[in-house]
Design a protein around this ligand. Structure first.
Ligand SMILES: Cc1cc2nc3c(=O)[nH]c(=O)nc-3n(C[C@H](O)[C@H](O)[C@H](O)COP(=O)(O)O)c2cc1C
Length: 462
C-alpha cells in the first residue's frame, strides 16, 4: 500500500453504530487483536488485556453492570473489552497507560476496517468498573471502554474534521482563535467558537442512529418536554396557516422532523437555521429518507462574527428556539434577530433551562456569580437563566410574554422523592398514589413555574 492509498484507507474508516445480526469470524477477531499488539507501548510493557464477549448472557451482564445504554452495544455481535494495568505508570506525567491503550484501540479500529468489519470505540460508559466486575477482571486491570464489532449496517458520511493548518504550530504553539474550550462557561466563548464546537460535536452520534433503533440513550424525541414543545409548535403553526416556521439552531433536526411528519397544509415553509454548513448538512443527511424535505430551507448564519439570520424583516409566522439561548452569556442579539424576522402577529416559542430549579447534582455555581451551569458536556457552552433575566431580555428586544409554562416543576420532584421513600418502606399503595400525582404535575402555569426545570415562553411582538 503506498502513502496515498493508506491515507484514503484511513479517511474511509468510520465509527459504525448500526450492526447486522450476523456472526463475526473468530479468526478475524484474533487478527484484529493481533493488530493491537503491534501498537507502540510505553517501555514495551504491553500491559493490556482484551476480553471478547459473544455470549449474550455475558453481554447482558456487562451492559447491566456498566449502566451502558447505547443501542450498538446491544446490537453488535462481538464486544471487545479493553483493559490496561495502569497501576505501574499511574504517576507518569504523560499518562502513558492511557496513551498506550488509545494507540492499541486505534490499531484495532483500523484492522477492523481492513477486515471489512464495522467497529466503534465507546468511552461513554457510565460505569466501566461494571465491565470489569461482569468479566471477572482483577483489581489491577482498569477497564478503558468497549469496542463493538460486526457487519456494518450503516454508511455514515465523514464528520467534519479540523484543518491541519488550524491545529498545527511550527516551532511554537499555534494559538488559533477558533479553538473551543475545555470549559463550558459561555462568557469565554466567541460566536465562531460556539459554531466550531457545534459543527464538530454534532456528528458524534452518527447520522443514522435513532431512526431505526429507538433504544439509543433516552430518546429525547419522546420525552414529555419535547412532546409539550412540539404540541405548542403545532398549535401556533395551525393558528397561522399556511405558516412559515423558523427553527433556530436546528442542531440534530429533531424538531424539523417532528413538524414535517405531523404538519399538513398548515405548514408552508420550514426554515432550519444554524451557524455552520456542517450542521445543516448533518440535518439533511440524517433526515433524508425519514421525512419529505421539500418544504425545508436551510439557512446559514450570514456572517461569522454575529448572529444574523438571512431572512428579511417580518417574514416568519412562528419561531422556535428549543434550549439554545443557553449557549450565550448574553442572549439579547439572538432574541433581537428572532424578533426582527417575526411578522407582527407572529409568535416565538422559547424553551430555556431555569436556574432556580434545584438540579441537585447537576447544579453548579461558577466563579462568576451571575450564572450557573449545566453538567452536560456534550452540549457545549451552557448556562441556566433566572426568569427575571429573561423577562428583561425579552422586553429589551421588543417582545411581550403571552404565557409561560414551567415543565418539571419542583413539586413533581418532591412527589418523586416521596414516592421512592414510600416504596423503600414497602408502602406500594402510597407509592402508586404519589406516582399518579407526580404525573399530574408535569407542567404548570402557577408561581411554581419559577421553580421548574425548564420554562417555555410564548412571545409576541410588543
Ligand atoms: C475516547 C473516545 C470515546 C468515544 N466514545 C463514544 C461513545 O461513547 N459513543 C459513541 O457513539 N461514540 C464514541 N466515540 C466515537 C466518536 O464519536 C467518533 O470517533 C467521532 O464522532 C468521529 O467519527 P468517526 O470515528 O466516524 O471518524 C468515542 C471516540 C473516542 C476516541
Amino acid at each position: 500500500m503506498n502513502a496515498s492509498e493508506y491515507y484514503r484507507f484511513a479517511e474511509g474508516r468510520r465509527s459504525t453504530r448500526l450492526f447486522r445480526d450476523e456472526p463475526v469470524d473468530p479468526d478475524a477477531v484474533k487478527r484484529i487483536i493481533h493488530a493491537a499488539t503491534l501498537a507502540p507501548t510505553a517501555c514495551n510493557r504491553q500491559l493490556w488485556d482484551f476480553v471478547v464477549v459473544t455470549d449474550t448472557k455475558v453481554k447482558d451482564r456487562v451492559l447491566r453492570l456498566s449502566h451502558a445504554e447505547q443501542s450498538y452495544l446491544h446490537d453488535a455481535p462481538v464486544l471487545l473489552a479493553v483493559f490496561y494495568d495502569a497501576t505501574l505508570e499511574s504517576r507518569n506525567p504523560c499518562f502513558t497507560p492511557y496513551v498506550t491503550a488509545g494507540m492499541a484501540i486505534y490499531a484495532l479500529l483500523l484492522a477492523a476496517e481492513a477486515e471489512g468489519l464495522g467497529a466503534i470505540y465507546l468511552g461513554g460508559i457510565r460505569r466501566p468498573k461494571g465491565v470489569a466486575e461482569a468479566l471477572g477482571a482483577p483489581a489491577y486491570a482498569t477497564n478503558l471502554g468497549l469496542i463493538c464489532l460486526g457487519q456494518r449496517a450503516d454508511n455514515p458520511p465523514a464528520p467534519p474534521h479540523r484543518q491541519v493548518d488550524d491545529i498545527t504550530g511550527y516551532n511554537a504553539f499555534r494559538l488559533t482563535p477558533k479553538r473551543y474550550h475545555a470549559d463550558i462557561r459561555p462568557h469565554l466563548w466567541s460566536l465562531p467558537q460556539i459554531a466550531d464546537f457545534r459543527d464538530k460535536l454534532l456528528w458524534y452520534k452518527g447520522v443514522a442512529i435513532d431512526g431505526p433503533t429507538l433504544h439509543v440513550d433516552n430518546d429525547a424525541r419522546f420525552s414529555p418536554k419535547c412532546l409539550f414543545v412540539t404540541g405548542e409548535l403545532g398549535r401556533l403553526t395551525q393558528e397561522r396557516a399556511p405558516a412559515k416556521v423558523l427553527d433556530v439552531f436546528s442542531y440534530n433536526g429533531d424538531m424539523v422532523q417532528q413538524l414535517l411528519n405531523s404538519a399538513g397544509d398548515e405548514l408552508e415553509t420550514l426554515y432550519a437555521y444554524d451557524l455552520t454548513p456542517g450542521i445543516l448538512e448533518y440535518v439533511r443527511v440524517r433526515l433524508s429518507g425519514r421525512c419529505d424535505l421539500a418544504r425545508v430551507q436551510y439557512l446559514l448564519n450570514r456572517t461569522e462574527e454575529r448572529i444574523d439570520i438571512p431572512l428579511p424583516d417580518q417574514h416568519v409566522d412562528v419561531v422556535l428556539c428549543y434550549e439554545r439561548l443557553e449557549h450565550f452569556e448574553d442572549p439579547l442579539p439572538l432574541v433581537r434577530e428572532m424578533r426582527r424576522v417575526l411578522k407582527p402577529d407572529g409568535r416565538i416559542l422559547v424553551a430555556v433551562s431555569n436556574r432556580f430549579y434545584p438540579h441537585l447534582y447537576r447544579y453548579r455555581r461558577t466563579h462568576r456569580k451571575d450564572y450557573s451551569l449545566g453538567r452536560n458536556w456534550n452540549r457545549g457552552p451552557e448556562r441556566k437563566y433566572e426568569p427575571g433575566q429573561l423577562a428583561r431580555c425579552f422586553r429589551e428586544a421588543g417582545l411581550t410574554v403571552v404565557q409561560v409554562t414551567g415543565l418539571q416543576p419542583v413539586s413533581q420532584k418532591l412527589f418523586e422523592v416521596a414516592e421512592k421513600a414510600a416504596r423503600r418502606l414497602g408502602w406500594q399503595g402510597l407509592g402508586d398514589w404519589l406516582a399518579d400525582r407526580r404525573g399530574q404535575h408535569y407542567s404548570t402555569r402557577s408561581w411554581l413555574r419559577n421553580f421548574s426545570s425548564v420554562q417555555v415562553y410564548e412571545l409576541s411582538a410588543s
